[in-house]
Ligand binder design. Structure first.
Ligand code: COA
Length: 355
């Protein structure tokens, strides 16, 4: 059974820089509040009428494919993680296949809906497919366009200031030597608090038909005898189609689960936290990253953060950060790289890579 490796990596962020001060023109917020609570100074939003989720993904993918030294026709499977797809269905995987101009290869395309942990889940799936010998060049993508789905009024400020657009991609291949291999991946979830960080609407939610939910989520009786409407006027009018986040609960769970899942991966490999050369945490919030860094006793040189520039790009944040860190020479051959994520679901996971 061959291990897998990341053979090529690329990212793309839109050119359009949106600073905290720009958001303050639409809602009651300030650069000071956002930086102090999240570390974010600016984020990128797609250029109107020109870009969407799949287009960002294709731009990142082309770089990853070229750096892997293969042609796009060599890709034999696509795994695409996003929470902000172009369409509710079909998923972005097939749209990316079309955007890259490889529809005729008729390869499989899988969409992953694990939000902030989406890239780690996708990488883990790719790793298993490579190990089983089923595929040889898997394109794994995390891409998000949050900017079209945020509430830019004061009502939505607790969520909207955090998220940004961008895409990252890797090509996963069988490993050929001692170095350059994915050592292990760990995946977890606990659905008890699924609504703590979620977009509930539009959705097929008739199974939770009680007074509280009818009011809270804007459900409505259907005019026919069956089902409930997927989208109602109240949902749109009251802003119930925007993301909801109970920030403090998310924070508390994140700072617990990040270190847990990192230690789990290290112990699995007989390694210790001192062995980590570079930790790339999902860029949720600078304070979460700093908390994790402190808990693990890592130095500033051992943790890479770029949330200051891009905000939280959910499934895209890890491949973007990994690529930037690698391009900046902060990750060298033989380094032990740890990826870790926590997010909506709740879901969380980690990956240990010998670079
Ligand atoms: N600008 C100014 N004020 C804001 C604001 C903004 N963008 N967003 C919220 N506020 C206000 C709130 O309305 C509240 O005002 P009030 O006290 O008058 O009611 C006050 O700031 C405090 O709100 P609260 O939600 O308690 O703030 P917080 O200290 O918990 O910080 C988060 C909010 C979201 C930054 C913080 O909870 C957090 O980082 N959570 C983790 C989120 C995360 O990482 N999510 C991604 C996971 S993948």
């Amino acid at each position: 059974m061959k291990n897998s490796k990341i053979a090529g990596i690329g990212y793309y962020v839109p050119k359009n820089v949106v600073k905290n001060e720009d958001l303050a023109r639409y809602m009651e917020t300030s650069d000071e509040w956002i930086q102090e609570r999240t570390g974010i100074k600016e984020r990128r939003y797609v250029t109107k009428h020109e870009e969407n989720n799949t287009i960002l993904a294709a731009k990142a993918s082309r770089v990853a494919i070229e750096r892997a030294g293969i042609n796009k026709e060599d890709i034999d499977f696509i795994i695409y993680a996003t929470l902000s797809p172009d369409y509710y269905f079909p998923g972005c995987g097939v749209l990316l296949q079309r955007e890259l101009g490889i529809s005729k290869t008729e390869i499989g395309a899988l969409d992953i809906r694990n939000q902030c942990s989406g890239f780690i889940y996708s990488l883990s799936i790719a790793d298993q497919f490579i190990k089983s010998g089923m595929y040889k060049n898997i394109l794994v993508v995390g891409s998000e366009v949050h900017s079209g789905g945020l509430d830019f009024t004061t009502r939505g400020r607790g969520v909207s200031v955090i998220f940004g657009d961008g895409a990252g991609a890797v090509v996963v291949q069988p490993a050929d030597g001692k170095n350059r291999k994915i050592l292990t991946t760990k995946l977890h979830s606990d659905g008890s608090d699924a609504e703590e960080l979620a977009i509930i609407n539009p959705g097929f939610h008739g199974g939770h038909w009680d007074e509280e939910n009818i009011e809270k989520y804007g459900y409505e009786e259907a005019s026919q005898e069956w089902g409930v409407p997927y989208v109602t006027e109240k949902m749109v009018k009251d802003g119930l189609c925007y993301p909801y986040m109970h920030g403090q609960n998310v924070f508390k769970m994140a700072v617990k689960k990040f270190p847990e899942v990192i230690i789990e991966a290290l112990e699995d490999q007989g390694l210790a936290k001192e062995n980590i050369d570079m930790l790339i945490p999902h860029q949720a919030n600078i304070r979460i990253s700093q908390f994790v860094q402190k808990t693990l006793g890592l130095s500033d040189d051992q943790v890479f953060n770029n949330i200051q520039k891009y905000g939280n790009t959910t499934a895209a944040s890890i491949p973007i950060a990994l690529c930037e860190a690698w391009e900046a020479g902060k990750i060298k051959e033989g380094d032990l790289v740890c990826l870790a994520a926590f997010g909506s679901g709740f879901t969380w996971g980690s990956a240990l890579i010998r670079w």
